[in-house]
Design a protein around this ligand. Structure first.
Ligand code: C2O
Ligand code: CU
Length: 456
């Protein structure tokens, strides 16, 4: 069980903090620096990573809903950095976006993040500076905000999924700005990881109830997943509880930055394994293995809904509207766009290693996509006129999809938009500030796919 103000690392809470350390006036220290890790399969060399507190993934930060997170970030890598607290409906000044909400943290400098945690759920933190490289190299971790009234489970398991591209030497493959990645599906790795391990395993008992907190830290891979020997419900998406939990589908998708909370019971027989599977074109592979020992075959009642987070209802009537046309990339047919203040043809844009435009502009503009007053509702139509899928992420506020029939989808902070698809999202602009709205395929963002929304 968690104490007030405790920040627990997944398994080594004691290594991270002694009791009493987590006092309100003593912020948690998060040191972004170099460390080496065995992430390639056994027999291969260790990999030089950039990590938080020498852990890969970084420490799991567990706090109670309503607490403040105070973290002093120490930059010990040779690049400027910043941490973004993905999915937290955060005070804008603490959002961690260099050039929009803060100055980057220069090498050798420190920066204090200090913010409230209004919502329970599964969130994560990651570098938001040169993120194609810094996230790939390992600057990320889980941020878990506990409900006061959490459902009872036998294991609360964070599973951060990632893929990393290693060279045969075992080092993280450079460059990070390859034109092919930027213009196609983004940087896809050649080794799949769960919590930093290529062969993640965790023992369970038959009949155990698990809360699986799936978090995708992948640069660009769209995970197609399934369960074997585990049965249950989806209870939250992108941190936010579903009003009505839904049975886990046979296959389900986790796009970059998305999260999914599942409450599942171990139905596999003792002596066998249960799995989280990821599917590739040629079949399914173990993404996480749960060796099952003797427990019970008794069935439990299905899990109920998680306690709701504070609600900011969306009003479609009178909502402010904007549209976002997504263009560019390989096979996309974009002729030209405004880049660096001038209209240029696609060849000139590609020569600058840029490839994507939102509403005819490559990269973030000085002016927001839309400026609204706090309390207004906003509808944004999204048209994907490209040959690739994009995981569109709004900072600072969760949105709902407005479905064809006018009903709302579940609250999310990241929506996967397939090629040639048109979607619409809506949100209540309850949080003042400048909020990034960008593709979370990190190479796409770096190559032009980002804008922002201003709430005054
Ligand atoms: Cu997960 Cu703009 O970030
Ligand atoms: Cu994209």
């Amino acid at each position: 069980m968690l104490n007030r103000r405790s920040f627990l690392a997944a398994s080594s809470a004691a290594a991270l903090l002694r009791p009493g350390r987590a006092h309100a006036s003593v912020p948690l220290q998060l040191r972004v620096g170099a460390s080496r890790h065995q992430i390639a399969p056994p027999g291969y060399p260790e990999t030089g990573m950039w990590t938080v507190n020498t852990q890969f993934p970084g420490p799991v930060l567990r706090l109670a809903q309503g607490e403040r997170l105070q973290a002093e970030v120490i930059n010990a890598i040779p690049q400027a950095t910043a941490l973004h607290w993905h999915g937290i409906r955060i005070d804008n000044a603490m959002d961690g976006v260099p050039g929009l909400t803060q100055a980057p943290i220069a090498p050798g400098e420190t920066y204090l993040y200090d913010f409230a945690l209004p919502d329970a759920g599964s969130y994560w933190y990651h570098s938001h500076a040169q993120s194609v490289e810094q996230v790939e190299r390992g600057i990320y971790g889980a941020l878990i905000v506990q409900e006061a009234d959490a459902p009872e489970v036998d294991h609360d398991v964070v599973l951060i999924l990632d893929d990393i591209r290693l060279d045969p030497s075992g080092e993280v493959s450079a460059p990070f700005d390859a034109g092919f990645d930027r213009s196609h599906g983004g940087r896809i790795g050649n080794i799949l990881l769960t919590n930093g391990e290529a062969e993640y395993a965790r023992p369970v008992k038959q009949g155990d109830r698990l809360r699986l907190r799936l978090i995708s830290a992948a640069n660009a891979r769209i995970f197609e997943l399934g369960l074997q020997g585990l049965e249950g419900m989806v209870v939250a998406l992108d941190g936010m509880p579903l009003a009505r939990p839904e049975p886990v589908e046979k296959t389900f998708v986790l796009a970059p930055a998305q999260r999914m909370d599942l409450i599942v019971d171990v139905s596999a027989e003792a002596g066998s394994d249960a799995f989280l599977i990821h599917f590739e074109r040629d079949g399914g592979y173990a993404q996480a293995t749960f060796p099952v020992s003797v427990g019970t075959t008794a069935r439990r009642p299905a899990p109920g809904a998680l306690p709701p987070n504070p609600d900011f209802p969306i009003t479609l009537k009178g909502a402010r509207t904007a549209t976002v046309l997504m263009e560019g990339g390989a096979m996309g047919g974009m002729r030209g766009a405004v880049y660096d203040g001038e209209r240029r043809d696609m060849r000139a844009i590609a020569e600058a290693n840029m490839f994507w435009a939102l509403n005819g502009v490559v990269g973030r503009t000085a002016e927001p996509l839309i400026e609204v007053a706090r309390g207004e509702s906003v509808r944004i139509g999204l048209a994907n006129d490209t040959a690739f899928a994009h995981a569109m992420h709004l900072h600072g506020m969760h949105f709902s999809e407005v479905r064809g029939d006018g009903t709302f989808g579940p609250l999310r902070d990241t929506l996967l938009v397939a090629p040639n698809e048109t979607r619409e999202i809506a949100f209540a602009a309850h949080n003042p500030g400048d909020w990034l709205f960008h593709c979370h395929m990190l190479s796409h963002h770096a190559a032009g796919m980002g804008t922002f929304v201003r709430v005054t």
